[in-house]
Design a protein around this ligand. Structure first.
Ligand SMILES: NC(=O)C1=CN([C@@H]2O[C@H](COP(=O)(O)OP(=O)(O)OC[C@H]3O[C@@H](n4cnc5c(N)ncnc54)[C@H](OP(=O)(O)O)[C@@H]3O)[C@@H](O)[C@H]2O)C=CC1
Ligand SMILES: O=C1OC[C@@H](O)[C@H](O)[C@H]1O
Length: 398
């Protein structure tokens, strides 16, 4: 297991082009991507996955500082770079760029996605989609009007592991769904105080950052939206009392299902000495048992799906039977043989995103309705917590 894990991680982060499944001869013309911002997430989320996608070329990057753009471009083998105050717009004005990846701080998602769409580019947009549901709606409306592909990058949804958890719930094997509890937390100190995640004007906050996954996963696994936020308790960050360092919320869902989410950008260390273990889990209780996934966000690294089934013992007492599953690719041929153990969630996502642009059917999708609803429930949780919504963008498209 250790060897296979190391091999999987090595191939995930240092993929050789020889691992490309589809030959470049059968692939259609590559799409040229441009990245807005020399963001930390772009290498794992796009640049590395693109190396094994024959229909993707990461062609350009723009950064506010031209030197930063140049260094980033050289480091990642990107042909074109743009910088300075007009750098982002110059990238959008480049006719060679067909697709834009937007990993800007959340508070800038709306402005630059609207500008990218206005420039006629498809957009892969980082999560959470924007600061508000209304901004999210407007971005998708513009994409529809211009016949462009826009998707919020909820990458974990494209991986077979979370799809397996959903299939177990939907199969009825464990009986009626009763509750879902999702957690995504990291110990204090890993995210620095000056990080975009702690900046209110940039759309910071734990619910926006990690919480958007927990909420999305609650809605995905239940197959529905909550009916109400029951409770929402935020702990403020030390830098800004309007920015939630953590958020815990509970929900009513249809059919008497209970939901809860916890997200935390900096769990205090125990006794100030021992870092708390990160939590990245979803626990689903059903009448006939439980399914628990450890690491639903980055399952390629390692994950377990623990299924505990209740059964009646000989003496009439309830006993349990447990099995562990691990699912790194689609064994059922869902992707016509595509997909490898070492594919990151981002690689699965890129496959689907390109399929959509090319007019093929993606194996799954994160729809406009899904993204709008996720932002609506983020807004409702903030409202219930008393913190209020994140400041909406002041940008308007002329
Ligand atoms: N899908 C995933 O797994 C993950 C998604 N994310 C999402 O990606 C986005 C970026 O996160 P991350 O890469 O960690 O963040 P970074 O801080 O590394 O990148 C943000 C980029 O935004 C640009 N930027 C533009 N204006 C500002 C400003 N006023 N202040 C700060 N930065 C600015 C910077 O670009 P420049 O180079 O021009 O200076 C910077 O490179 C967020 O939306 C986050 O939620 C983050 C991590 C994981
Ligand atoms: O995947 C993630 O985990 C860490 C977070 O801070 C980040 O923004 C998120 O996308």
């Amino acid at each position: 297991m250790v060897v296979s894990t190391i091999k999987r991680l090595y191939n995930a982060f240092f993929p050789s082009t020889s691992l490309t499944v589809q030959s470049t001869e059968t692939a259609s013309r590559p799409l040229k991507f441009g990245i807005l911002g020399a963001a930390a997430i772009a290498p794992p989320a796009l640049i590395i996955p693109a190396k094994t996608h024959p229909e993707v070329v990461v062609y350009a990057v723009a950064a506010r500082d031209v030197k930063r753009a140049e260094v980033y471009a050289q480091k990642h083998g990107i042909e074109k770079f743009y910088g300075g105050a007009e750098g982002y717009q110059k990238l959008l004005d480049d006719p060679e760029v067909e697709v834009v990846y937007n990993p800007l701080p959340n508070g800038l998602h709306y402005e630059w996605t609207m500008k990218a769409l206005a420039a006629g580019k498809h957009v892969l947009l980082e999560k959470p989609a924007a600061d508000t549901a209304e901004e999210t709606r407007q971005m998708f409306e513009l994409a529809e009007k211009k016949n462009l592909v826009l998707m919020e990058a909820f990458h974990y949804r494209f991986h077979p592991a979370i799809q397996r958890v959903k299939a177990i719930i939907d199969s009825g094997e464990l009986g009626r769904l009763k509750s879902i509890e999702n957690k995504l937390t990291t110990p204090a100190g890993f995210i620095k105080k000056d990080d975009i995640r702690f900046n209110l004007s940039l759309g910071g906050g734990s619910l926006m950052d990690m919480g958007c996954y927990t909420l999305n996963c609650l809605r995905y696994l239940s197959g529905t939206n909550p009916t109400q936020v029951l409770t929402a308790v935020a702990s403020p960050s030390t830098s800004d009392s309007k920015v939630d360092r953590s958020m815990t919320a509970t929900f009513d869902l249809p059919n008497d299902v209970f939901g809860s989410i916890t997200c935390d950008l900096g769990v205090p260390w125990r006794f100030g000495l021992i870092p708390a273990l990160p939590q990245v889990s979803s626990t689903v209780e059903c009448e006939g048992g439980q399914v628990h996934i450890m690491n639903f966000v980055l399952p390629t690294l390692y994950h377990t799906i623990k299924v505990t089934k209740k059964k009646s013992g000989n003496d009439g007492k309830t006993e349990t039977e447990t099995r562990i599953e691990q699912v790194y690719n689609f064994a059922d041929g869902k992707m016509e043989g595509k997909g490898e153990d070492w594919w990151l969630t981002y690689r699965y996502q890129l496959e689907a995103f390109v399929d959509k642009i090319k007019g093929r059917t993606p194996q799954t999708w994160v729809s406009k309705e899904d993204s709008v609803a996720n932002m609506e429930w983020i807004e409702r949780v903030y409202a219930k917590s008393g913190l209020g919504a994140r400041p909406k963008s002041t940008f308007t498209l002329n």
